[in-house]
Design a protein around this ligand. Sequence first.
Ligand code: NAD
Length: 420
Amino acid sequence: MSGDNLLDVALVRLDDAARHLQIDPDVLEKLKYPRETTKVRLMIRMDDGSRKSFLAWRCRYDDTRGPTKGGIRFHPESDADEVETLAFWMTFKCAVMNLPYGGGKGAVRIDPRQLSKTELERLSRAYMQAFARIIGPDRDIPAPDVYTNSMIMGWMADEYGQIVGENSPAVITGKPIALGGSLGRDDATARGGYYLVRDLAQDLGLGLQMRVVVQGFGNAGQFIAKLLAADGHKIIAVSDSSGAVQSPAGLDVARLIAAKAEGKSVTSLIGGDVSALDPDALIGVDCDLLVPAALENMIHEKNAEQVKAKAVLELANGPVTPEGDAILAKKNIVVLPDILANAGGVTVSYFEWVQNRQGYYWPLEDVHRRLHEIMVREGRAIWQIAQEKKVSCRTAAYIHALGRRASAIESHGTQTFFNS
Ligand code: NAD
């Protein structure tokens, strides 16, 4: 599989699921290609007066079930293939959760850590200026992703409002609360995964005191560590892009989070009970639950054999390759797949969009209750498909989503779809 692009690898999952359903081949053909991907070059003024340009993309993969929905990533290695693949995953994730959305994604090829705050704001506004014609509350709704956050979403929402001449908070989710963000959006991705693990713990053979390893200690990684630690589980190893640390007795999650808030790496805690760990050895640490929460393709044919966890909770998008999946399946390690496990983020983004359109804001308990209800309902449905059809949870999740997507395509009328 190496050498293939990321989207081709992702499409393997679609083919796996299609074998279990009677799907019109035209419908499958439609799902193999993004509807539109726009590439632009953003030119911004730097603080020293010079001008610099950065490549940027927005992909609207499929809007059969509603406006396209998906985050914007700022990363030095982003490219069109990555953006289209992430948009493909969003298409399926929204269908898994039965949200009235299609899938989209965006990116800027940049290391945002090298920009000042004012440069970052100019870049974020330039992104919205470039894509405002395809973005909109009923067309395409961005959100945060890797190295973007609520502050950036706020700048983008403000820029969009200026372009269209009216306040339009539903154009983007993950905004600051002051600009119409939803309570509970900050930890929604991790919380969704946490509800899922809690509900399926017995079926997965997970005990009351799990040993947990978290790869990637950003938004998703920090919140899952915090939620699980609060329930008495032990976080025994974590990593970020600078290194990894471990403590068999359990790491102090509050101190790790405080270090990250000060801009330091998790490795700044090394000393006493906390020892350095080779980041490549992290996934091989003996534990009950392994949580990849960094980037794609981290568990693959060359390292999956090392995994000793009972279950893997994919908070990152695409952290396990198809070859990695096959090895984990042979070892009887259950993978709770990204399109279900990290779908809490887009679900609360959906809640934010609903609240913006209603102009009526929900208390935190309502957000948590509704998220819990959806995660458990869809998680259970997928678990049941996996048991009945004797397939992995990933294939079951794709079967679940593909059935919903296919019926939406057919309901639109195939002649319009395939002639246009
Ligand atoms: P983030 O930018 O907040 O954090 C990413 C973390 O990964 C950082 O701590 C970074 O240091 C670390 N990292 C980067 N490269 C690494 C490496 N090679 N090894 C170990 N750690 C590494 O991003 P996030 O929002 O937490 O997103 C993480 C993953 O979760 C991504 O795959 C993203 O697409 C996915 N996701 C996020 C959300 C969300 O709402 N934030 C929703 C769905 C999916």
